[in-house]
Design a protein around this ligand. Sequence first.
Ligand SMILES: Nc1ncnc2c1ncn2[C@@H]1O[C@H](COP(=O)(O)OP(=O)(O)OP(=O)(O)O)[C@@H](O)[C@H]1O
Ligand SMILES: O=P(O)(O)OC[C@H]1O[C@H](OP(=O)(O)OP(=O)(O)O)[C@H](O)[C@@H]1O
Ligand SMILES: O=C(O)c1cccnc1
Ligand SMILES: [Mg+2]
Length: 659
Amino acid sequence: MNDRELGCAGGQFMDRGRMNQNGVVQPLLTDLYQITMAYAYWKSDKTDDTAVFDLFFRNNPFHGEFTIFAGLEECLKFLDSFHYSQSDIEYLKQTLPEGIEHEFFEYLGNLTARDVTLYAIDEGTVAFPRVPIIKIEGPLIIVQLLETTLLTLVNYASLMATNAARYRMVAGKHVKLLEFGLRRAQGPDGGLSASKYSYTGGFDGTSNVLAGKLFNIPVKGTHAHAYITSFSSIGELKTRLIKHKQTGIMEDLLEHAIKHRGLLSHLLDVSTEESSEGELAAMVSYAIAFPDGFMALVDTRETEQANTEPKIINDIKSENSLPKPRPSTNGHQNGKSNGQVNGHKTNGHQNGIAQSNGSRSPKDTKIQDTKTSTTTTTTKTATTTAALKTTTVSNGTAYLPKYVEKSFRSGLLNFSAVALALNDLGYHALGIRIDSGDLAYLSCLARETFEKVAERFKVPWFNKLTIVASNDINEDTILSLNEQGHKIDCFGIGTHLVTCQRQPALGCVYKLVEINGQPRIKLSQDVEKVTMPGNKNAYRLYSADGHALIDLLQKVSEPPPAVGQKVLCRHPFQESKRAYVIPSHVESLYKVYWKAGKICQQLPTLEQVREKVQISLKTLRNDHKRTLNPTPYKVAVSDNLYNFIHDLWLQNAPIGELS
Ligand SMILES: Nc1ncnc2c1ncn2[C@@H]1O[C@H](COP(=O)(O)OP(=O)(O)OP(=O)(O)O)[C@@H](O)[C@H]1O
Ligand SMILES: O=P(O)(O)OC[C@H]1O[C@H](OP(=O)(O)OP(=O)(O)O)[C@H](O)[C@@H]1O
Ligand SMILES: O=C(O)c1cccnc1
Ligand SMILES: [Mg+2]
C-alpha cells in the first residue's frame, strides 16, 4: 500500500515509514495532556519508572450484555511505527509552553515502543465490562503517551463491530447485510472504519469502494433514485440494443420490455398508463449496462393517474394474506408502540404521501417505435390493448392492489417487464431494492408478484429474485419486520449502523493499575468506577456444554484455575455475591501480542476475525444475547484478588471525622 492508497483520511499527513495504517494514526493523534504529562514525568525524573495500564470498558453498549473487541491489529501497527518524526518535534517545540528543556525534545525524538509489552484478548472475541481487553506494561512515560491513540483505535472499532454483530443476530444468518453508511458517517475516517468493522461484526459487504480496496471487503450496491429520475421518456434512450447472451445477435431490449409490460399489465392489474415511462427507460438502459447484474430501485416514480380510495386495513389483510400495511396516521408498531420509528413519525403507504415525481399525462406519452427506433407519439392505452390481445390471464386477480404506492406499482411492473425482456435474451436479473413505504408489506407483495410471474411466464428463477430493503433501518426495525413477516433477502443499512445512533460511544478507559510493582487503585464514590488494582490475568471458565460461564480476574502471581477444580469466584465489590465454579474448560484470555519491539502472534486476517466473532458469540448463552432485558454475564475476581482490592481500598480511603 502506498501513501495515496492510504486514502482520504490523512494520506497527506503520512510520514515515511508509517506504512500499512491509515496515515492519520500517528503519535500526535493524541491529547495534548499526554505530552505535557510526559514532560512533567520527565522533569520529575520518572523516566525509569515502569507502569501497567488496563484498557477496559465499564458498560456494554446498546443496552446489551456483550461487546465485541476490535481494533487490536491497528493498535499493534501503531506500536510498530511509534516514533515522533522531526516535523512532529518541530511542531511540539512551537506548540508546547515556553521553557520546555531542549533535552526533552531529544528524549521524545528517540522514543519507540520497543520496551513496551502488550497483552490482549484476541480481536473478535466477546468481552465484558471491567475485564481489561488490553493490558500494557512498560516505561511509564511511553505507556502514558499511548493512551489516547489506543483508546481511539479500540473504542469505535469495538462499538461498530458490536453494533454490526447485533444487526447480524437479529437479521439471522441467511439474510444478507450490506453497509451503506459512508455518506452519513462521521467523516471519511469514520466511514472507512465503519465499513471495516461492520464487516468484522458480520456484514457481508459495503458500498464503500475504498474500504473494499483497502481491506479486501466485498463491495456491493444497487443504484440511486437519481438514475431513474434522470430519464423522463423512452425517447431519451440512446441505445436499446443488447447482444443475446447465447446467440450473440443484437436485439432490441426495449421492444421485448414493452411486449412484456403489456402482458404483465393485466396480470398485475397495473395499467401501462399508471407506470412511468421514464422509469422504464431508466431500467432498460441500466439493464443494457448490466444485463447479468440487473437490480432496480422500484419506488421512485409516481404517475399522474390517481389511485383508488385506500382500502381499510382489515380488507387488505384478508384479501391478500400479507402482513398488515402500516396504518396511515400512527405509523407502525416497532416494538416501542409509540407510533414512531427511529425517532420520527412514519407514513402509511396507503395515504399517497409520496409526492408526484415527473409525471405526465398519457396523451403526451412518447413511445419509441420499437422496430424503427424512431419516436412517435401515441398513447399507452393503445400499447396495452395491443399487448392484451396476446395475453391470457389465468384468473384476473389483482396482485398489485390499487392502494399500494403508485411508485411501487409502476416500479414493479417496469422491473418485471425488463427482467422478462432480459430473460428473452438469455440473462437473469438479480432483483429489486425497496427504499420507502412499509417494507414488510411491500416485500411480501413483491415476492408474491415474482411468484405469479414465475408461474405465468414459466421462469422459475423469478421466484428467487433478490429483494433488498433500505431506508433508515435499525435493529428494532429488523426485529419488527421479523415479527410481521417479510420477504427481504438483503438489508442495506447506513445511518443507524455507522453512526451507532443508539449509543454513539463505547466508554473504554485506560487506567494505571501498577507502578514500579506497586498496585494503584482509583477510588470513586461510584463503586462501579473503582479500578481493579495490580497486574492481573483473566480467564474464561466454561461449562460442560461449551458455554462461557464467567470471566475471572486474578493476580498474576496466582496459579490459573484448573479444569475440574472448584474455584471461588467473587463479585468484585459485593461481599455476599460469590459462587463456586468447576470449569470444564479454562481459557486464558491474554496473549502477548507485542514485546521487545515485535508483534509476537500471527495476526489473523479480517476474514478470520469476522469468523472469530461468530465463533465467540456461539459460546454465549442466548439469554446474554437477547435484545430485551438480557441476563448480565458474570465477571468475578478470585478470593485473593478480592481481599487485595479491599485491603488496598481501605488503606487508600480516608477516614472521616465526626464532630
Ligand atoms: N413494516 C415495517 N415495520 C417497521 N418499520 C418499518 C416498516 N416499514 C418501514 N419501516 C421503517 O419505517 C420508517 C419509514 O420512514 P418514513 O416515514 O420516512 O417513510 P418513507 O416510506 O421513507 O416515506 P417517504 O417516502 O415520505 O420518505 C423507516 O425507518 C423504515 O425503515
Ligand atoms: O437510510 P440509511 O440506513 O441511511 O441507508 C442508506 C440510504 O441512503 C440512500 O438514500 P439517499 O436519499 O442518500 O440516496 P438515494 O437517492 O440513493 O435514495 C439509500 O437510498 C438509503 O435510503
Ligand atoms: O448501492 C446502494 O443501493 C446504496 C449505496 C449507498 C447508499 N444507499 C444505497
Ligand atoms: Mg429514506
